[in-house]
Design a protein around this ligand. Structure first.
Ligand code: PEP
Ligand code: MN
Length: 369
């Protein structure tokens, strides 16, 4: 299946875009000061091109902060005037679109709880007829690719060619480390069906916490997505919505600096995925090696104390010889070369002796004192 949309390349609607697009800003606009403070910080980083802030917040349960409303659009206008950042806001119905246009918002996005409903998407599409504004469509909360494509088609049929998708994950059915399951195969399939459609990843809503934002962003970059939308706040712990997943502009800067942008020399996504998978295995194995090495050193210390109590020398020549021969033989079973195992155990043994000496000396000093 292929779906033909009339699309304008993202470089044509984000001026000066040479790297993946970074959209950032608070989950919700809370006050003028909060909005301006975070915008000024974000502006310092040239990687960030678009400012985001939720004005109308779709909340799962009533009686929580439902967004500041129209007044927040004035603050966004100020952000644009003072920082030059492009501004973006979530819209869920026609009246939101009208207000966003009235206040010159640069980009609008349709949230995951709206893209799930074709009536709402159509209402927004009808309101956008004859308007030239970039629109980003978040995936519906349930993993229904057709529904996502349908929403994109409705907006495109209204004449919007500056169109992109946002991958923000899908409500998990069972316990998950993610707030929303990434289910990467779905955006990848979207990429396959509509190859020229820009896809932006939203690591904040996928992760639901601060720890996973970096690896999810890296994965998005490695899957050649066109950018990321990451929530930021000057005081994330006290944010009025999504406090657990928001990060400061400083943390965001560090993350962005660490992210590796690979050139799409090879368009072979499977190659990247496999390499990443293998590296994760290596990381895990190295972690295990270090843990085991630590445990070995602990036992060496116990041996040292035991020898000390019985007034026995640290080194027993026969034991060293026995370890070397035995480990070299064992190594062969795991296809490890003799020189490697020899060198490795010389180092381990040397360090072990050093640790034993330290422990013995410490004990001796204690006893003397
Ligand atoms: C948001 O971006 O703040 C938001 C409400 O996201 P989503 O629609 O992905 O839940
Ligand atoms: Mn949010």
């Amino acid at each position: 299946m292929k779906v033909n949309l009339n699309l304008s390349p993202i470089e044509n609607w984000i001026p000066g875009l040479t790297e993946p697009l970074v959209i950032s800003g608070p989950c919700s606009a809370e006050s003028e000061e909060q909005v301006m403070a975070v915008a000024r910080e974000l502006k310092k980083n040239p990687k960030i091109k678009v400012f985001r802030a939720g004005i109308w917040k779709p909340r799962t349960r009533p009686n929580s902060f439902e967004g500041i409303g129209e007044v927040g659009l004035r603050w966004l206008k100020r952000v644009k005037e003072e920082t030059g950042l492009l501004t973006s806001v979530e819209v869920a119905k026609a009246s939101h679109v009208e207000l966003a246009l009235k206040y010159d918002v640069d980009i609008i996005w349709i949230g995951a709880r709206t893209s799930v409903n074709p009536f709402s998407v159509q209402e927004i599409a009808d309101c956008l007829k004859g308007v030239d504004i970039p629109v980003l469509v978040k995936n519906p909360i349930n993993p229904d690719l057709q529904l996502w494509i349908g929403a994109l088609e409705r907006i495109n049929q209204a004449g919007i060619t500056k169109l992109g998708a946002i991958h923000r994950g899908f409500s998990p059915l069972s316990d998950s480390e993610y707030r929303n399951e990434p289910m990467w195969s779905i955006p990848l399939e979207l990429q396959r069906i509509i190859p020229n459609l820009p896809i932006i990843c939203d690591p904040s809503h996928i992760s639901g916490n601060r720890i996973l934002i970096e690896p999810v962003s890296q994965k998005a970059y490695d899957l050649q997505m066109n950018g990321v939308m990451i929530e930021s706040h000057m005081d994330p712990d006290n944010a009025l919505s999504d406090a657990k997943q928001q990060i400061t502009p400083k943390t965001l800067e560090k993350i962005l600096d660490r992210l590796i942008i690979r050139k799409p020399e090879t368009s072979d996504v499977d190659f990247e995925l496999r390499l990443k998978e293998l590296r994760q295995k290596i990381d895990k194995i190295d972690h295990d090696i270090l843990e085991v090495m630590g445990a070995r050193m602990q036992v060496a210390e116990e041996i040292a104390l035991h020898k000390k109590e019985h007034n026995i020398t640290i080194l027993q020549k026969g034991r060293y010889d026995q370890i070397m021969n035995d480990r070299i033989e064992q190594g062969k079973k795991f296809l490890l070369k003799e020189e490697f195992v020899k060198e490795l155990y010389e180092m381990i043994h040397e360090n072990s002796i050093k640790r034993q000496t330290e422990v013995m000396n410490k004990k001796a000093a204690e006893n003397a004192g």
